[in-house]
Design a protein around this ligand. Sequence first.
Ligand code: F6P
Length: 558
Amino acid sequence: MDAAPPTTAIDITATPEWQALADHHAQLRDRTLRELFADDPDRARRLTRQVADLVVDHSKHRVTDETLRLLLALAERAGLAGHTQAMFRGEHINVTEDRAVLHVALRAPAGSELVVDGQDVGADVHEVLDRMAAFAGRVRSGEWRGHTGKPIRAVVNIGIGGSDLGPAMAYTALRAFSGRGITARFVSNIDPTDFTEATRDLDPAETLFVVSSKTFTTLETLTNASVARDWLLAGLGGDQAAVAKHFVAVSTNTDAVREFGIDPDNMFGFWDWVGGRYSFMSAIGLSLMVAIGPEAYREMLAGAHAVDEHVRTAPLAENLPVLQGLVNVWYTDFFGAQTHAVLPYSQYLSRLPAYLQQLTMESNGKSVRWDGEAVTTATGEVYWGEPGTNGQHAFHQLLHQGTTLVPADFIGFGQPGPGIDQDGTTGEMHDLLMANMFAQSAVLAFGRTAEEVAADGTPAELVPHKVMPGNRPSTTILAPQLTPSVLGQLIAFYEHTVLTEGVIWQIDSFDQWGVELGKVMARQLAPALTSEQPTELDQDGSTVELVRTYRRLRGREA
Ligand code: F6P
């Protein structure tokens, strides 16, 4: 990929490439996946490609070679190649915040040359990584001790959004690599039950808090951090000196960290060119690194870097995250799909859907282009999901026979997680898990006709109920095993998918203005909830009534 970055936005729906896709859609929409496979025996082989360890099967999509050609032409028209290269060069493609977007620099190997805004970004990244590794090593070896001299047995990450979901998801995914000597916990919600449940069985003398916040101004995180400090001091006899041994911070805001009472020597920095939801491979991953160790952590970075390199160098037509993003646009804008299911056939990936919700929806849930004009087509997809096979016994009914088209991603592995016996019953369990995954994507795609159902001897009145419409698209991603490297590859794959979609829609995938107003209003409302006397609220009638009811429930008003 090589081209200049776009400077102005276009109305993508007014382009001939868009019109060509609309015309093509009119011809293709009634063709079934059964027909597409029957007409093209080589289809599965041709539409299955590999990036690093990820084998990605796009054959069960409602596309032909012509569809892909037209989608690629749309990507060219949108300036995707130029935009992607501009990102890798550190240009300020986050236009509304005037920032570079360089999460890819977080996993570039040492010695990579990248100077952004006059700063050697590669050197900065590795300086922090080395500090993190040294710190994690000291905690893991027991050299770093708590205030009373005990080694650390629990690390509690306090953060929210991008300062929580990444490390929480990755710790769940990679806990088999953790050695289990140190447990990691994650506190995000300002709901007091979150902190209470996370710490109820922990010994303050053996607990390390990592306060993670890019801005270090986030209400939830700072409140939880204060509660944690009180909990620690109460447990350790009130000596303020204990804080230095039990609190470290991850942030871009040194002053706020110091003000909170954490010594900047115990702070791990990152930079404004790392977006919150793209940040878990920065110092935000510290709790994960303490749990799984620096070596496994670096393997994860290397895995992500392998996919970054693919995205940077492969032509668009062979670029797998690009193809995935384009297919997502195809369903969102031409088939009217609104949601996207993520179905990992791995219990270790149980937090992946939640992680992807922030990554995709905070990035692409926008209705204004980067030039400030309104978009003229649907953007963003509502991501959701659950690990298979649990979802099969819950919502797959709607996927199979409902009236809504839900493109799905199936993610599975050749081997069960490490530490699980490959043979015997547990090995067979893994085979059954994967048999379910293959069955689900096949049934979604190919369904079962009324004739086939009737041929089974099904009573006539039940036939319509048992027809499986099929023609429901999915991607399947298969990898050898859920290792740190493979997790890094998966995350990078999705990140670049988001970029592709954002560029087609000409939206800034790296800002998040839509979350600000609610935060401001919550701060305004809080005093009215807690005051002794009822206050006059200058708000809408519903909010006024809800606050009144709440005050009654809290016994603050009759
Ligand atoms: O409210 C949204 C958000 O700004 C996310 O983008 C971010 O990941 C999260 O809050 C946490 O922000 P911080 O790391 O600054 O505490």
